[in-house]
Design a protein around this ligand. Structure first.
Ligand code: ZN
Ligand code: ZN
Length: 353
């Protein structure tokens, strides 16, 4: 079934006459159009792609199922002119700005506007085989960059240099760019789960956490590895072993039918039992696809259920303030039986001398 057909089935059950799609990933997912500006208006028998003069040719080529409409200074006015008696219009309330919503109300005065961001998000959460192939390639590029960076890292380099080298090798391998601002956090900075690469130099005896990923043909990868510069002491080893055991327990728990909450709990229990529960302050993982963070998540609040074809990260971490932290993140594909680990980079503790 085509993506548009799937969306229309959902529109029918929601009693929507039309759906307005503005989020770039959703726009690309439904239409194939990769430009940076535009919106889709989808009814039961028509599909419009509204974009500006820069993208008209590209839109026509990439989105054959859509009728391309040129927009000028007032996109919502152009949109309303396409209205053939839409009574209920679904839209993405998690993306539309307050100002845009005001303009929508103005131009669709007789229409009921209903926010349903999860409509397209849910379609996107279960990946098609062709999408899984692109994700595999994005993961492979990140895996290869890890073996390469191991040759490069040495005491005295800055985190920023290491992050730049990672990006360079991934772009050389075919990535169109980084999937987010890389985290390269060493020593005390590794206690910050989101420590973006800084000018700090890596030192002997420190942990270095690298969290990075590639975009390949629109699809993201996301991997974290923590390495140790020089021989780890007992505390470092214990910390690392606990996180690794939690990562393995999380992966072992991933299977269809479980909620994100249940999988999170399987890994979290290990960290709690080791006495580090309060230092694991984030969820176990998230879905990945056209966006680096998608739903469903693996977290203590996630009630949504895993389905075959979903791609999620498993990324437990322990962060000790003023000391350092460890996180190990893999991407896994939910299968009929359980899951397949997509990330192949080694995850036993690597010591860089
Ligand atoms: Zn990550
Ligand atoms: Zn992640």
């Amino acid at each position: 079934m085509s993506r548009l057909t799937k969306l229309r089935t959902k529109m029918t059950s929601e009693k929507f006459d039309a759906f307005l799609c503005m989020r770039p990933e959703n726009r690309r997912y439904l239409s194939g159009f990769t430009g940076s500006a535009g919106m889709l208006l989808i009814t039961q028998d028509q599909a419009f792609l509204l974009t500006d003069f820069r993208y008209l040719e590209q839109a026509a080529a990439q989105a054959p199922e859509f009728q391309v409409v040129k927009i000028g200074n007032e996109p919502f006015k152009t949109l309303a002119e396409l209205d053939q008696g839409i009574e209920v219009l679904g839209f993405e309330g998690d993306f539309v700005t307050f100002e845009e919503y005001g303009k929508l109300e103005q131009n669709f005065a007789r229409t009921r506007l209903v926010s349903r961001p999860e409509l397209v998000n849910h379609l996107r959460s279960v990946k098609e085989p062709s999408e899984i192939e692109l994700i595999r390639e994005a993961v492979r590029i990140a895996d290869d960059a890890f073996s390469e960076i191991l040759q490069f890292i040495s005491v005295g380099q800055t985190e920023a240099e290491i992050a730049l080298h990672l990006e360079f090798s991934m772009r050389q391998a075919g990535a169109s760019g980084p999937s987010f601002d890389f985290i390269a956090a060493s020593g005390w900075r590794s206690a910050m789960p989101h420590g973006v690469a800084s000018s700090k130099k890596v030192q002997q005896g420190e942990f270095l956490t690298l969290d990075y990923g590639a975009i390949y043909q629109g699809y993201c990868s996301d991997i974290t590895r923590t390495v140790c510069l020089g021989e780890p002491d007992e505390k470092q080893r214990a910390l690392y072993d606990t996180v690794l055991a939690a990562n393995r327990a999380g992966i072992a728990a991933v299977r269809p039918g479980l909620t994100g909450k249940e999988v999170d709990a399987a890994a979290r229990k290990l960290i709690e039992d080791a006495g580090y529960g309060e230092y694991f302050g984030h969820g176990l993982g998230h879905s990945v696809g056209l966006a680096i963070h998608e739903g469903p998540n693996l977290s203590p609040r996630e009630e949504r259920v895993l389905e075959p074809g979903m791609v999620v990260t498993v990324e437990p971490g322990i962060y000790l303030p003023d000391y350092g932290g460890v996180r190990i993140e893999d991407m896994v594909l939910v299968t009929e039986q359980g899951c397949e680990v997509l990330t192949k980079a080694p995850k036993d503790l690597i010591i860089i001398n």
